[in-house]
Design a protein around this ligand. Structure first.
Ligand code: 5GP
Length: 124
């Protein structure tokens, strides 16, 4: 699967569509999810063109990876989540229901989040 340069997060990164920005630096842009699943629901995206975590893990430089994960920790702290706790989610591919094909991590918090796969997913 090739990277689609017109995916929604690529367009947000290029400034073609607006976002509710939370944080940015040379490695990442972070913004509030348009359909929040928790009181805090921030999406963190790398500036580079990666389709998913799987792609990022194989192709990103060590510096990009370090910058990406350092930014996630910084944003969680900025949002006051370090003490109460937070969850990181990243979806790769169809079984994970990835809908936007630019790598992103969801930061979720601000309330008790329940079990790992709360809701409609059984382990069968
Ligand atoms: P995925 O299922 O790919 O892990 O998650 C994609 C996320 O992107 C969803 O939580 C969805 O609500 C969010 N999203 C989709 N389109 C937009 C958009 O245009 N702006 C923002 N801020 N979030 C979006």
């Amino acid at each position: 699967m090739t990277y689609d340069t017109n995916n929604i997060f690529a367009r947000i990164l290029r400034g073609e569509i607006p976002c509710d920005k939370v944080y940015e630096d040379s490695h990442v842009l972070a913004f509030n999810d348009i359909a929040p699943a928790a009181p805090v629901h921030v999406l963190v995206v790398p500036r580079g063109a990666y389709r998913s975590f799987d792609d990022f893990a194989q192709r990103a430089k060590a510096e990009e990876m370090q910058g990406f994960f350092a930014a996630i920790q910084k944003i969680a702290a900025m949002k006051g989540l370090a003490e109460g706790g937070y969850r990181l989610i990243t979806n790769h591919g169809a079984d994970a229901s990835q809908t936007v094909h630019h790598f992103h991590v969801h930061i979720l918090g601000g309330r008790p989040l329940g079990g790992l796969l709360a809701g409609d997913v059984s382990a069968r």
